[in-house]
Structure formats: C-alpha cells, structure tokens
Design a binder for this molecule. Sequence first.
Ligand SMILES: O=C(O)C(=O)Cc1ccccc1
Length: 310
Amino acid sequence: MPASYAYLGPEGTFTEVALRTLPEAATRELIPYVSVQSALDAVRTGDAEAAFVPIENSVEGGITTTLDELVAGQPLMIYREVLLSITFALLVRPGTRLSDIKTVTAHPAAQPQVRNWLKRNLPDVVWESAASNADGARLVQEGRYDAAFAGEFAAARYGLEALETGIHDAENAQTRFVLVGRPARPAAPTGADKTSVVLWQRDDHPGGLRDLLGEFATRGINLMLLQSRPTGAGIGNYCFCIDAEGHISDRRVAEALTGLKRICLQVRFLGSYPRADVAMEDVRPPLPGTSDEEFVAAADWVARCQDGRF
Ligand SMILES: O=C(O)C(=O)Cc1ccccc1
C-alpha cells in the first residue's frame, strides 16, 4: 500500500496545515489534490492510503461536498479528526490597494466566515468560488482575481502579500478535518471517542426522525452533529449524517447501532475515532444505567431468565 496521504490542495491550504499536526503525517508523502472528490477517489482507487479533507466548520456546519462523498459511493471510514482555529488574510498581488479590489475568491466555506467583513470593507466586490483557499491565492497570482481569502501562510507560497490579517466574522471559528481511509477495524477506544454514521429512514412517517434519535437518547448517547442531506430521490427525501459520542465497542453505542440497523432502510458506519475537542478526563461519565458493566449485567440477567436460573 502506498504510504501517501491525499489532501485538499494545492499547497498552502488550511487542510495542509491541519494535516501536518498529525504525527503520522510526518512519515507519509503528502500529495495535494484539486478537490475533496479527487482526494477521496485516490483512496477508493488505492492511489493513496488515506485522504485528509475538511468536513465541518463551526460557522456553517457540515461541508456538504465532503458529507455527500462519504454518504455515497464505495464506503470509506474516518480514522482521525483535527480541529483548527481559522482566521483569514486578504491576499493580493504586491502593490494592490483595497480600493483596487473588484473581485475576490476563496473556498465556498470561507464566505460565511468573512461575509460581514466584506460588507463593511468591500461592499461592491464580486465573489467567485475557488476549489480551495490556496487555489484562490494561486488564481490571484495568475491575475484571474484581485484578492483571495486564505491563510496568511499562503502569501509567500504564491508571491502575494496580506493586505489584512485576522479576518473572522465569528470569534473562535473552527474547522474540523478528517483523515479518511478504506474500511478496516477501527482503532481501539481511547475513552474520548466519536462515532459517525449515515442513516436512511425506511419510510416517511410522523416522528420518523424522533424514532432514529430515540435509539441514541434511550442509551444516554449525546449527539455532536446532525445534518440532513438530500438523497437525490426527490424533494423531502433526506438521509441523516450523525456524529455521536462514544466508540462502537462501547456497549451503549453498539446497541444503538443495532437498534438503528433494525429500523432503518440503511445504516452506513463511517468510523469510531478519537475526539479532537476534549481530553479523556473531560468526557462526561455514562448516564446511570448506560455503562458497559450495566449492559453486560442486564444481558446476563436476561440469559439467566431464559435458562430459568434467576
Ligand atoms: O483548506 C482550505 O484552505 C480549504 O479551502 C478548505 C477550508 C475552507 C474554509 C475554511 C477552512 C478550510
């Protein structure tokens, strides 16, 4: 298997910066790809061992191209997550002044994070989407646009200068990135883990979503992401991307997934992996009645009843 990680490139993306915080990235060849799709395809075809892509930000929620890629096609699995605090720099060709800027570009996920700044400082500017923030910087270098929102670190790479730095509409905006590979046994639980799944309802009925969520709620499992995505089968037809606290080897998580498998049309397991947002000591203890020991004891009791040994 090639020891390479694909990532959303080109060089100088926030994705690359986040990837380089993973210790295992130091022992891999890091290969930039032009899109999330092409990076994930490289994993599917076996050209890359894993791909590193943005999946969620704290301002707008899920990054839909990534969710849609994970929801459909040959199954993939999330192995790691990284959180990165993000502020943007406005990058221009040297000598450009704010009043010269008629067009700006960046990744679509950047727009909600700089919208107010743009309204205040460049209200008449035309926004064009780029494949990534670093790709926007590259397009400015080529003269295609006047300015790009990107990481300040991308300026040197593309011969640009930062007219303004620290641009952020929301305080503490964070982006979450994931390392995605082909399905295999998830890493052992760390005590601070997260499980990602996609759920398809069997049929449309009142309380249908509540039934799905109930499988988590009755087992004391907290949810960290709930994002509906259209299935493509018509208006009103959605699947649900869910991140839940815990690891598939936790009894309460395994039982919730068992329940979901029984009642859903389809369940896609996207992985159990260490949480980047909290350390083990800060994880809430299981609610009363939902620890592994209590699940095992209850299952033992049922088995004894079935045997007439209670
Ligand atoms: O990594 C990048 O530079 C991207 O283009 C993805 C992205 C978009 C917005 C915020 C953080 C990362």
